[in-house]
Ligand binder design. Structure first.
Ligand code: SF4
Ligand code: SF4
Length: 266
């Protein structure tokens, strides 16, 4: 394992990071420098025990970075609009900081909490493969729109389509056709999905993803859930891990490379 860099080098890196952190990623040039700076920023935030809601704050930072980068690079006209709910019926895979951020927004809202508990009861009884092909309306959907649009998970932010007709076929008729994702975001997507995950690994926190409804039910059950989780309590033990996190994948390989690059700088 590479040794921690000298303190003066680490201090200089943090100073240099200030011009990069939170800015849209370039897709040419020194992309790695941007990825590492933002990952370092997130890791240090997650390690700051003075901040009680640091997991929610980390999720907010990663989501804002994703939105800024998508807005900067998106070239195609997309079909997505408020009131288009077809994609909000599938398995939603979230990190736990995103679950806590959502729980903070939903807590105290009795109708939404009831919908979360009802959806969780239904989905946790299903094996994931079955859930992925069974249309269950997301409990956050209200009047055909995301009721928590500002705090929706990153996977919901990155799902965009250039064809409504294709979405209707996929989500209502189970058509076996490729999702019409905008090509201009292809290179960006994996960078944006690994930053928070890598920061969680570096901060020594669980980084695997879970199904939204069941994880949210648990987070909502206790106002102190985020603090308990940050303190190491395995409160999500009853929730099944996303099957994609159970084996090595291109994402986990990218995370390992980024962990190796950033760890000496923390
Ligand atoms: S991804 Fe498809 S279903 Fe979802 S909002 Fe966009 S067009 Fe509508
Ligand atoms: S969180 Fe919002 S955007 Fe995501 S699936 Fe649920 S309703 Fe749709």
């Amino acid at each position: 394992m590479m040794e921690r860099l000298d303190a003066s080098i680490r201090r200089q890196l943090l100073l240099d990071d200030r011009d990069i952190v939170g800015k849209p990623f370039p897709l040419e040039g020194n992309t790695a420098r941007f990825v590492q700076a933002n990952t370092r920023h997130l890791t240090l935030l997650l390690l700051d025990t003075d901040i009680k809601n640091r997991a929610s704050r980390a999720a907010a930072f990663a989501a804002n970075l994703m939105d800024a980068s998508i807005a900067h690079h998106l070239k195609e006209t997309i079909a997505c609009a408020r009131g288009c709910p077809y994609c909000c019926t599938t398995y939603v895979s979230t990190s736990l900081p995103e679950v806590f951020r959502m729980a903070r927004a939903v807590r105290g809202n009795a109708p939404t909490t009831e919908r979360v508990n009802t959806a969780a009861a239904r989905t946790k009884a299903m094996p994931q493969l079955q859930r992925e092909v069974t249309r269950v309306i997301c409990p956050i959907l209200d009047n055909n729109a995301c009721s928590q649009y500002d705090v929706r998970p990153m996977v919901c932010r990155v799902v965009m389509s250039t064809s409504l007709e294709s979405c209707v076929r996929i989500f209502t008729q189970s058509a076996n056709e490729p999702f019409a994702a905008p090509k201009s975001l292809d290179a960006l997507r994996s960078y944006l999905m690994i930053i928070l995950r890598t920061a969680l690994v570096l901060a020594g926190l669980p980084h695997k993803h879970y199904e939204l409804a069941h994880a949210l039910e648990i987070a909502l059950a206790d106002p102190d859930s985020e603090e308990r989780w940050l303190a190491g309590e395995p409160i999500f033990e009853p929730v099944a891990v996303d099957r994609l996190d159970l084996t090595d994948s291109p994402i986990s390989n990218l995370v390992n490379v980024l962990v190796g690059a950033v760890r000496p700088t923390i």
